[in-house]
Design a binder for this molecule. Structure first.
Ligand code: FDA
Ligand code: NAP
Length: 419
């Protein structure tokens, strides 16, 4: 790490959100220095769920840059052009590319910004330096501990996998986020596999396992009566527009809560129409063919899992019978969702400087900067973890280009003010 350098921006995490910020800083009219740190050795955008054929849930134009700068050299269209696939992509007439193609786009964009990125380092804390003008970012990597200094830190460490209470991950109980790594490491055949959940991850996994394990029984533990469709109709989709973020931010608390209630079915515990139909078709085909290896346990929640000899014994609570039953499986996959990004652990050393609301959540300015208890020249910004202030798009890709532009503008304005 170069000594005596104080970066204008140090980014913690280098997933799509901070990659988009790196693009915004590179394209900014002001000269802003930056360094991005990520614990992963290479881009791994939800690599554990990079299933073949899985589609994006956002239109390709909501890429790293286009909504902020439609002529950016880091747009998805520029990537297609650069890789010689623009015509083929357009022939397909599909706004929603595969997750694998989007991942290749992220790799391509990162390659153009490699000098701003340091990988293989985990950020462990952020502390004030004491001079009031900068912060120290602490990190650990293969070569031990290190640190760097920044005037602004932008935290974007991503969603946090959530297991059902009382169930821990082990060799035979996996969270969906680590599915592919675990699946590839399995020794011996899988004959009975369970998937808990009724969101997009669960539905994609049930379809994948059913198709890839032709001799296995697949058990889906679905808490509702059936999978519900993700509302991606045009009026509902406006909740993800930049204007939707503005409206949410300025709305009173009860309106924020109403927006969540009305529109959480755009994203949470819901499944794309195509995947639901694929699953239904498989279930129907089983009836006509007389095969019976796809089992939907509806109104059912997984309560516990424990290893018994060669099996994982799962206890399932059925809301239909108001009783629990046990089932022996080879593997249980908990596609039970995520908690929002939580920067509190990283910000422990700054805690006294940061303002919180009456529910103990960070106060966040419209420009995504945390409110400080007193006037401060240093800025901590969040990309993610701002669902309570900026709404449903906080953890999604929909607004990353705009949000990154807003952060870059805010950092530049503060730098000019300092001068
Ligand atoms: P992301 O999680 O992508 O990146 C965080 C980065 O921080 C990681 O690279 C991690 O290694 C790093 N990191 C974490 N802690 C660190 C530390 N202490 N030190 C250093 N580095 C650290 N949304 C959407 O709009 N459209 C979509 O199609 C999808 N698809 C999708 C698929 C799946 C399977 C999931 C689980 C989620 C989605 N999402 C989504 C939502 C998802 O949150 C979004 O796509 C982005 O991943 C958000 O980007 P971020 O950069 O904020 O987080
Ligand atoms: P999710 O939408 O939060 O769904 C979690 C599911 O688990 C819910 O149905 C929940 O039911 C259920 N659940 C919780 N505890 C349970 C238990 N004990 N037993 C059985 N079920 C239980 O999570 P997700 O599906 O992982 O999706 C998270 C995000 O990733 C979303 O934004 C999604 O769009 C995205 N994603 C995208 C793709 C893609 O782009 N192709 C793929 C996967 C995921 P309750 O709601 O009743 O608690």
């Amino acid at each position: 790490m170069p000594e005596n350098v104080v970066y204008d921006v140090v980014g913690v995490g280098f997933g799509p959100a901070n990659l988009s910020l790196a693009v915004a800083l590179t394209e900014h009219a002001d000269d802003l220095t930056s360094l991005f740190l990520d614990r992963a050795p290479s881009m791994s955008w939800h690599g554990g769920m990079l299933l073949p054929g899985a589609k994006m849930q956002v239109a390709f134009l909501k890429d790293l840059a286009t909504f902020r700068n439609p002529v950016s050299r880091f747009s998805f269209v520029a990537y297609l052009h650069d890789t010689g696939r623009l015509a083929q992509f357009v022939n397909n007439r599909d706004f929603f590319t595969t997750r694998r193609d989007f991942h290749a786009y992220l790799d391509w964009a990162e390659a153009g910004l490699a000098d701003q990125v340091r990988r293989g380092v985990t950020v462990t804390g952020i502390e004030p330096t004491g001079n009031g003008d900068s912060m120290r970012v602490l990190m650990e990597g293969a070569n031990g501990t290190d640190s760097t200094e920044a005037r602004n830190v932008v935290i974007s460490t991503g969603l946090v996998p959530k297991m059902p209470p009382g169930i821990a991950e082990d060799q035979y109980v996996w969270h969906s986020s680590r599915f592919l790594d675990n699946y590839r490491a399995v020794r011996g055949p899988l004959r009975r596999v369970g998937v808990a959940g009724a969101g997009q991850s669960a539905a994609e996994l049930v379809r994948y396992l059913y198709d890839h394990l032709p001799d296995a029984e697949i058990f889906a533990f679905v808490p509702s009566y059936g999978y519900s469709v993700a509302d991606s109709t045009p009026f509902a989709n406006r909740v993800f527009d930049p204007q939707g973020m503005d409206d949410f931010y300025s709305a009173p608390a009860q309106t924020k809560s109403a927006i969540w209630q009305y529109h959480k079915n755009t994203n949470y515990s819901v499944v794309d129409d195509g995947v639901i139909r694929d699953l239904y078709q498989r279930a129907y085909d089983e009836e006509t063919s007389g095969r019976d290896r796809l089992h939907f346990h509806t109104m059912a929640r997984v309560e516990s899992a424990k290893r018994m000899a060669d099996d994982t014994r799962v206890t399932v609570y059925s809301m239909l019978s108001d009783s629990s039953y046990e089932l022996d499986l080879d593997v249980l996959i908990c596609a039970t969702g995520y908690d929002p990004m939580d920067p509190a652990k990283l910000l422990g050393g700054m805690d006294g400087c940061l303002a919180r609301d009456e529910e103990g959540r960070y106060r966040v300015r419209r420009d995504h900067r945390l409110v400080t208890a007193s006037e401060s020249a240093c800025g901590v910004y969040l990309q993610g973890g701002t669902e309570h202030t900026h709404g449903l798009s906080a953890s999604l890709l929909s607004n990353i280009a705009i949000r990154s532009g807003e952060i870059a503008d805010s950092v530049a304005a503060a730098k000019r003010a300092r001068r």
